[in-house]
Structures are given as structure tokens and as C-alpha cells.
Design a binder for this molecule. Structure first.
Ligand SMILES: Cc1cc2nc3c(=O)[nH]c(=O)nc-3n(C[C@H](O)[C@H](O)[C@H](O)COP(=O)(O)OP(=O)(O)OC[C@H]3O[C@@H](n4cnc5c(N)ncnc54)[C@H](O)[C@@H]3O)c2cc1C
Length: 485
């Protein structure tokens, strides 16, 4: 089937409004938030129903064309980038909250619902969708599920996987299944768990039952300012080790403070080397005591001052500064490369010190804005993409951060997914047998390797082939040496 025939068949399925095929319009879909990798789609469809998605997937299987699911494209690992072309399936028109079932503590939603919108719609009922990525005003629930995303409040409430009760999924065969019925426990294999975090490689989520979380009765927010990042990160591990559980513990270092200070009129002193944003929530009773215990730990670790955000407006501004800090990097450099790793909380001070060393070694500024409570680092390497040397140094510096994190017992992604960006680091973290088991699982869902191909697994051959070679006992190292990866 040639491209013209493919477009005609797709038009019959999704209608003219659900089709994007002009060259200039396709440019919008050639990357996600990670601008390091791009790829042009054959065509983009924007379906409205599960039946349309299933028909598109069946057609793609018949034509041997890849399917690339796409939410809002805010992923920072190239997950929604059509690096091998194919049909990009955008969920932008599947954006409804279909049912709010307060009595059972759940809501049924379409995948294109914007994360923030969902919580807004739940607010009148006294509930929220707890996972709150900093990108929540743009990212979709489908993208959150596919990347198993986190957010500032996931320290207390858990990441997306803890808030998904069942999924309607179109499989690579075009079959439509439900992985659960929206009740907290299901019998049999945990297919919801398998699908969550699978980055669109084994199924396209078309509906989801998500868990409702009660809005807290009261909230307190403070900013603790430290002379350097070591004191703030040591505070984080001591707070958790003391058995205290804040709603959020987020750190911004000196460069990040510089980027957001003026923009959000925070008035933070230049002497501050790090700001630790602390939020506690729950019932009013006892909240001040909890906050007092936490700020006492800040003081023991050399905090310069602790500033409460006294009004709702102040709280909103502090959170806006934190959540929009990545965007504010534009004040410091034309481009940033975000590295997303996790280390055990106790390793934060050493790892961050090493990030500082890497910045010096590669002569590039690195800002740090991160979910410290989860040990989830986000070093932002600042550079100018038009400068070849800086480009190269940014990539090398990112690799060094990965290595340091893994040496400290960490992992290579906290929340943004593996996508294209981190696929080659998978061999640093997983054994050949681990990867073969994953490839085998992938193959059982997607034997033709048509769902988001060229992602997650180390570069080279398709997963099916890798799994088969592995079953035949071929070592990962040998595959690499033979140029197959
Ligand atoms: C400024 C900024 C801040 C961020 N902060 C955070 C943060 O705090 N925490 C965090 O976790 N992430 C964060 N991110 C990363 C990103 O926003 C999240 O990973 C988000 O969940 C991606 O959602 P999306 O709708 O944009 O998905 P996309 O980027 O469109 O897609 C992400 C992946 O999901 C797949 N996918 C999308 N929809 C579906 C579907 N319906 N079915 C199957 N697969 C699908 C895609 O193929 C791709 O592999 C941030 C990004 C930015 C730009």
C-alpha cells in the first residue's frame, strides 16, 4: 500500500477532520519535548473513538506501518517521536472525563484528558488525580500512564501506577481489551501493571479507570533557603529517615533560583545556594507541629532562613516557580538537556557534588531542579544547540551523570521514560537476561514490532529478533560486537 492509498483508507476511518497529512503540518509531530531526536511521520490521525483507533491499528498491521501513540508530546525522552515514520495516533480529541464515580473512588477518562483538567473537574467533588507532573497543564493522562509519570506530590501519594485501576487498550492486533474493571484488586496477571510504563510499545490506551484522591483539608508551604545544595539534600534524607512524610520536597539550586526569582517575584536572596520547597498537607490538627519538626531539621542542616508562603497567592507563586522552572531556563541559555535519573535519597549530596564536577569538566552550566523527596534528579545541562562543540559536550556530560547515578545504586529514569534518549543506557542497568525477558514480553504483544518501534530497547535490531537471538543463547555483548545493536 503506498502513502496515498494509506491516507485514503485512513480518511475513511477518521474522517477529514481527523487526518493530518500535509508536509508543513506534519512538522509539529516530528519530535516531542526532547529536541535531540526527530523523525517525520507518514501521516497523523486524531481519532475520537476506540473503534476508530482499533480500525487504524488493524490497517497499520495490514500495511506493515508503525503506530506511534502521542499525547501532548511533553515527554522528554523522544517517546512520541516517530523515528521510523509511521502513523502517529494523537489522542487530542479523546479528551473527555466520561464518568466520576465518587462512591467507588474512581473516574473513567479518555487518554487525551489533560492532567490538570482532570483534577479541575474532580475539585467540585472534593477530589483530585494525585500524580501531578510539573507539565500537568499540558500533559495527558494517557502519556502519564505510558510513562508511569511522577510529580512533586508523588512522594506522599505515589506515582501514576498507584492511581490506575484498569485500562481499555487497543493491542497491536487491533483487538480491544480491558485490563481490569476499575476495582482495586483484579485476579490473574496484572496487565494494568504491564501496560503502565510501557511507553506505547505494547498497546494504545483508549480509556482508563483512575483512582480519586481526597483533597487535603489543609496545606502549608514553606521555602527553606540553604547556602548550598549539600545542606538541602541532606535535610531531605533526614526528614524521611525521621519517619515524617511531607506532601512534597522539591529542590532548586542557585542557577534555578536565578532563573525563577525575578520571573515569579520571589525576592529570594542572592546568597541562597539552594531552596527546599516543603509542603505538608492533611487534617488541620497537627499540621503545624509536623512542619515545625521538619523546619527544625532544616535548621540543624544550616538553613539560612525558612520562609512560609502565608497566603494562597504566595503558595501559588512558589509552586508556579517550581513547576515552570524548566521553561525559565530560557533566561539562562537557548537550550537545556534534561537528565532524568534517580538515586537513593542518602546518595543525593554526593551525586549532586559530582554533577557540579561534571559541569566544570565539560565547561557547561548545569542547573538542578528536582523531586528531591523521591531522589529523582533533573540536572539541566545548559547549552546552545547551534554550537557543535557545546552540543557534543552536553551529550557527554549527560552520559557522565547517568554513570554516576548508576554507580550510586540509581536508575536511568525517574519518570520521563526511556524512549530514544536513554535506550542505549539500558545495558548499563539491566543484564542480558533481564532485557531478553522484557523483549520476550514485548514480542508476545507485538510480534511484528509495529508499536512505537525503535524505543526503549537498545538500538539495532527489532525486539522480536533480539528476543529470538537471545533464546538461541546469543550474548548481548556478541550482538553489539556484530553491529546488531
Ligand atoms: C516542563 C516539563 C516538566 C515535566 N515534569 C515532569 C514531572 O514532574 N514528572 C514527570 O513524570 N514527567 C515530567 N515531564 C515529562 C512529561 O510531561 C511526562 O512524561 C508526561 O506524562 C508525558 O505526557 P504526554 O501526554 O505529553 O505524553 P507524550 O510525550 O505525548 O508521550 C509519552 C509516551 O507515552 C506514549 N503514549 C502517549 N499516549 C499514549 C496512549 N494513549 N497509549 C499508549 N501510549 C501512549 C507515547 O508513545 C510516548 O512513548 C515534564 C516535561 C516537561 C516538558
Amino acid at each position: 500500500m503506498n502513502r496515498t492509498q494509506l491516507i485514503e483508507e485512513l480518511r475513511r476511518i477518521v474522517g477529514p477532520r481527523g487526518l493530518v497529512h500535509r508536509q508543513e503540518d506534519l512538522l509539529t509531530y516530528d519530535a516531542d519535548g526532547c529536541v535531540m531526536d526527530t523523525g517525520e511521520p507518514h501521516v497523523v490521525v486524531v481519532p475520537e473513538t476506540t473503534a476508530q483507533v482499533a480500525a487504524v491499528v488493524k490497517l497499520a498491521a495490514r500495511a506493515g506501518v508503525p503506530i506511534v501513540p502521542r499525547g501532548a508530546g511533553t515527554g522528554l525522552s523522544g517517546g512520541a517521536t516517530p523515528i521510523q515514520g509511521g502513523i502517529v495516533v494523537s489522542t487530542a480529541r479523546m479528551d473527555k472525563v466520561l464518568e466520576v464515580d465518587v462512591r467507588n473512588g474512581r473516574a473513567r477518562v479518555q487518554p487525551g484528558v489533560i492532567n490538570f483538567e482532570l483534577s479541575q473537574q474532580l475539585k467540585p467533588y472534593g477530589y483530585q488525580f494525585a500524580p501531578d507532573p510539573s507539565s500537568q497543564k499540558a500533559c495527558t493522562v494517557g502519556g502519564n500512564i505510558a510513562n508511569n509519570s511522577g510529580g512533586p506530590h508523588c512522594l506522599k501519594y505515589g506515582i501514576t501506577a498507584s492511581h490506575v485501576l484498569g485500562l481499555e487498550v487497543v493491542l497491536p492486533s487491533g483487538e480491544v481489551i480491558w485490563t481490569g474493571d476499575g476495582t482495586p484488586q483484579t485476579a490473574g496477571y496484572d496487565l494494568t501493571g504491564v501496560l503502565t510504563g510501557s511507553e506505547g510499545t505494547i498497546g494504545l490506551v483508549t480509556e482508563a479507570w483512575v483512582k480519586l484522591t481526597r483533597l487535603p483539608e489543609a496545606v502549608r508551604v514553606v521555602l527553606a533557603l540553604f547556602p548550598d545544595i549539600a545542606g538541602s539534600s541532606a535535610t531531605v534524607s533526614q526528614v524521611i529517615a525521621s519517619g515524617l512524610l511531607p506532601a512534597a520536597l522539591e529542590i532548586m539550586d542557585r542557577l534555578a533560583i536565578k532563573a525563577v526569582n525575578d520571573m515569579y517575584k520571589l525576592g529570594l536572596p542572592e546568597a541562597a545556594g539552594a531552596a527546599l520547597l516543603i509542603e505538608v498537607d492533611g487534617v488541620e490538627d497537627g499540621l503545624d507541629e509536623l512542619l515545625h519538626e521538619i523546619t527544625a531539621i532544616c535548621q540543624r542542616n544550616g538553613a539560612l532562613e525558612v520562609r512560609p508562603a502565608r497566603t494562597l497567592d504566595e503558595q501559588t507563586r512558589v509552586w508556579a516557580a517550581r513547576k515552570n522552572a524548566f521553561g525559565a531556563m530560557g533566561r539562562l541559555a537557548p537550550t537545556y538537556y534534561l537528565v532524568d535519573t534517580v538515586v537513593p535519597r542518602t546518595k543525593l549530596p554526593y551525586t549532586l557534588e559530582q554533577v557540579g564536577v561534571i559541569a566544570k569538566d565539560y565547561n557547561l552550566p548545569i542547573a538542578n531542579v528536582f523531586h528531591a523527596g523521591d531522589g529523582n534528579l533533573h540536572p539541566l545541562i545548559l547549552f546552545d544547540r547551534r554550537n557543535q562543540s557545546q552540543n557534543q559536550r552536553a551529550l557527554e556530560a549527560a552520559t557522565q551523570v547517568m554513570h554516576v547515578s548508576i554507580e550510586q545504586g540509581g536508575v536511568i529514569s525517574g519518570e520521563h521514560g526511556i524512549g530514544v534518549e536513554k535506550q542505549d543506557y539500558m545495558t548499563l542497568l539491566f543484564s542480558t537476561d533481564d532485557l531478553a525477558a522484557m523483549a520476550g514480553l514485548h514480542q508476545s504483544f507485538d510480534p511484528l514490532d509495529l508499536f512505537n518501534p525503535g524505543k526503549v530497547f537498545p538500538k539495532g535490531k527489532g525486539c522480536g529478533e533480539l528476543a529470538a537471538l537471545r533464546r538461541a543463547g546469543v550474548e548481548w555483548g556478541a550482538l553489539k560486537a556484530a553491529g546488531m545493536m
